[in-house]
Design a protein. Structure first.
Lengths: 177, 155
């Protein structure tokens, strides 16, 4: 027994490290700050539409439909990494709403023109106050909000196809039921 | 050259540890209120840089949070209310000195647990008697009993 002790300790450590890698693969980064907003109702907000002809988006609009609320900005490099994968989120019943964070509307329009606009609606949080109310600490960040308007999940940093397939879409499917 | 580096090192040592990041246009006209705000800034961690308070950080979010602290104070919040407003959104993580609760219990108790484990292991080690040395054979005893100059010749 005693001579196997180092081997047992090694296997236990290897197991812990491997589990951590699996968690990172699922989008759970050790540097992420756990959000206190999960399980709480989304904060009250009323954000103007980037398209001036369309109506603003408010917290009341969250009711009745699962919403993916994605904070992005034209100045944000990681948002460009995530952007091509946003189309994977379409066609699963959830509304995809973009929030242009601390950005100039003209720059955001040009950015969406260039990279494509997968969002059902794009609204602006020019001063970043709604971001703070959500506990946002950077872009991109995506919140999954259920039909009752409760925040159920927060993705910090860009969503990869892996995260979308393994974490986001299964959760959306569960919330849709 | 050596002298130059020495002077440079000395100058760096004498520089303030961290220049405060608060910008002139953020400051409140009311000095008493600004003093309170700056004291609160030092207690709040910047969520982006994670190691700095919002008083020290140049991050955009730190700037926004400094403005928010000042707004809350202008609205008549007490210091505790202003801090609580931000904690409600960012959690205890934003406190530079987080309270002792379920999440931080292990952090606070950790050093004591490790010290206790080390003390137990040490006690265990000291108490366990090493195996007694085997008895010397008659030949060895005889060798040791010989005078030094005779022993030098070998057994």
């Amino acid at each position: 027994m005693k001579r196997f002790l180092p081997l047992i300790i090694f296997l236990a450590l290897a197991g812990i490290f491997y589990w951590r890698i699996v968690l990172i693969d699922r989008g759970d980064m050790p540097s992420d700050i756990p959000s206190v907003m999960i399980g709480k109702p989304a904060p009250v907000f009323d954000l103007p539409n980037l398209d001036k002809g369309r109506k603003p988006f408010t917290a009341a609009d969250l009711k009745g439909r699962v919403t993916l609320l994605g904070f992005f900005a034209s100045w944000c490099v990681d948002c460009g990494i995530e952007h091509p994968y946003l189309s994977l989120l379409k066609g699963h019943g959830a509304a995809l709403v973009g929030v242009d964070y601390e950005d100039k509307s003209a720059a955001a329009r040009a950015w969406l023109e260039k990279h494509g606009n997968p969002y059902d609606a794009v609204v602006t949080d020019a001063r970043g106050r709604t971001g703070i109310d959500f506990g946002l600490y950077g872009v991109p960040e995506t919140y999954i909000i259920d039909r009752q308007g409760i925040i159920r999940y927060k993705q910090t940093g860009p969503m990869t196809p892996d995260v979308i397939r393994k974490t986001i879409l299964p959760l959306v499917a569960r919330l849709e039921k | 050259m050596k002298r130059f580096f020495f002077m440079l090192a000395l100058a760096l040592c004498l520089a303030p540890a961290a220049a405060r990041a608060v910008l002139p246009d953020e400051m409140l006209a009311d000095h008493a209120l600004e003093k309170r705000a700056e004291a609160l800034d030092a207690q709040l961690r910047c969520p982006v840089c994670q190691g700095e308070s919002i008083a020290d950080s140049n991050a955009d979010l730190a700037h926004d949070l400094r403005l928010l602290v000042r707004q809350r104070l202008l609205k008549g919040d007490t210091d505790a209310q202003a801090v609580q407003y931000i904690v409600a959104r960012y959690g205890n993580f934003v406190l530079m000195d987080p309270p002792l609760d379920r999440d931080t219990a292990l952090l606070w108790a950790g050093p004591a647990i490790i010290l206790l484990a080390a003390a137990l292991a040490g006690w265990n080690f000291l108490r366990s008697n090493p195996a007694p040395a085997p008895e010397l054979s008659a030949e060895e005893k005889d060798f040791l009993s010989r005078p030094d100059d005779e022993r030098a010749k070998g057994p």
